[in-house]
Design a protein. Structure first.
Length: 141
């Protein structure tokens, strides 16, 4: 049966922009198969189900095939099946959050009340959020 490194597959099917980022997510334990973290060199085969935690959402994909190289956006669905539940995708909806953590440039510093709300939100579950890779305009998936 055909198999490929998980970091290559994630990059080939455009889940990550670069293979380096895919490798970092694997190293951090954010790519799971059957609830167990995968190392970047772990092999995936058609039929495997992968969970990729890109906070605040945990995406779930089924490997449908192994491409020979990085794919164009129109061909991606031939090699992966998106099984992400709607509840997870709802977390990306701006109206889902009580307020936006992202502040427009030029709006100034947060008020004392806003700062407390941000701290409360971060303590309540987004503490593992990777702020270094956060891009509010990124619609890669």
């Amino acid at each position: 049966m055909q198999s490929i490194r998980v970091d290559k597959w994630l990059w080939f099917v455009r889940i990550f922009k670069t293979r380096t980022i895919a490798t970092e997510y694997c190293t951090k334990g954010r790519v799971l198969r059957n609830g167990l973290p995968l190392k970047p060199a772990s092999e995936v085969q058609p039929g495997d189900t992968l969970t990729i935690r890109k906070p605040p959402v945990a995406y779930t994909f089924r490997v449908k095939g192994i491409p020979k190289s990085r794919l164009g956006a129109k061909l991606v669905e031939d090699y992966r099946e998106n099984l992400t539940p709607p509840e997870e995708l709802q977390k990306l909806d701006p109206s889902f959050m009580a307020f936006s953590i992202y502040r427009e440039r030029g709006t100034g510093r947060p008020t004392k009340k806003e700062r407390r709300e941000i701290d409360e939100l971060l303590d309540s579950g987004l503490s593992d959020f990777d702020w270094d890779s956060f891009d509010p305009n990124d619609n890669d998936l």
